[in-house]
Design a binder for this molecule. Sequence first.
Ligand code: HGY
Ligand code: MN
Ligand code: MN
Length: 414
Amino acid sequence: MLESKISRIQRDIETMAQYTATPGNGMTRLSFTEEDRKTRAYICSEMEKAGLHVYTDAAGSICGRRDGVGEGVPIVMIGSHFDSVKNGGNFDGPAGVAAALEVARILHENNISTENPIEFVAMIEEEGTRFGAGLYGSRAMAGQVSNNEIKTFRDANGISLEKALQDFGLDPLKVKDAVRNPEDLKAFIELHIEQGPVLESETLDAGFVSTIVGITRFDIEIEGRADHAGTTPMHMRKDALLASLEVAKTVHDVAYAKGEGTVGTVGIMQIYPGGANIVPGKAFFTVDIRSVEQSNIEDIVKEMKKTLELVSARMGVSVHMERKISVPPIHLDKKIRGIFEQEANHRGISYRTMVSGAGHDAMIMASLTRVGLLFVPSKGGRSHCPEEWTDYEQLKKGVDIALGTILKLAEANI
Ligand code: HGY
Ligand code: MN
Ligand code: MN
């Protein structure tokens, strides 16, 4: 029975872990930066060594193609992302990229031929850390990246996605060429770290995802009035921070009351001009709402908008909100999950079915083809922090399941 080599998986993770903008303080690898470029070079060279035809798609994701023997048959795809959050960990995304690289190596060195061609992909801007939306590489494949996003979404330095693409040597006008035809795809599978405590707490090796939560994300700006903190009476203030905190409290309270794994988070809060003796004149913050029930998300958005209207009227502040992304809950392919289970049983790997509270490129690829998402355990359930860790023995088990699943999916009669 074919299986992955732990030393190569570890080398992949440790090599990619070097390319961070915050060495010693976790992984910060933003899209279309020097850290991206160095990681890209490593991934491409490993893909070439595995005998793949390597290309960068029009949106900037890396694709390595391995031809099959069948004529005009659809592609089986495996991959994940290689960008990161700020000060994150070394496994969120790269675990799935390493899985793809290792599967490619094994097929190559064992000279395995498959009916279907296989594409090994490393997607970019999944986190949205630089441009705010996220799931960009997969959304480009699904034709869900608009010209407006390319032109108007900007990073913290005001650089537009359009400019960043140009500076990186990509043509923003060509991003639409990254679109895939659903007929050309047979399946997409992604290995990812769980980023939560379930598998570790139940001492299980793997999780096979049934549903990925829906995600709706906003950027909100509240404009009040900067004033002297000492001489401006409380009833005369247009305190942008105070207004923002009321909105954040609504998001928290309504999400909390919903239960069912529903969550609401204000992850970024910036106030301007930002002085101990200045009433905040302006506040910028993000709102991230998730649930397995779309109606829960919609209820939270409705209550949030009500609070925004109330504070605007009561405090005389102005509000600007921009929805960055909205993806409904996605139920993944039962047949692929069944193949995961067969492979796990065959290899004596313990597993369970579970929901994903994190978003993944898999949720977008589900609009194009059948999708499977498999998790490996996260130590202490931690992720999006430097402490993020998965034991290599556990990661190897996930890669072995992915290997067996790819071989099955790339057979003619599946
Ligand atoms: O935000 C998420 O759930 C993922 O890490 N992009
Ligand atoms: Mn992440
Ligand atoms: Mn991820």
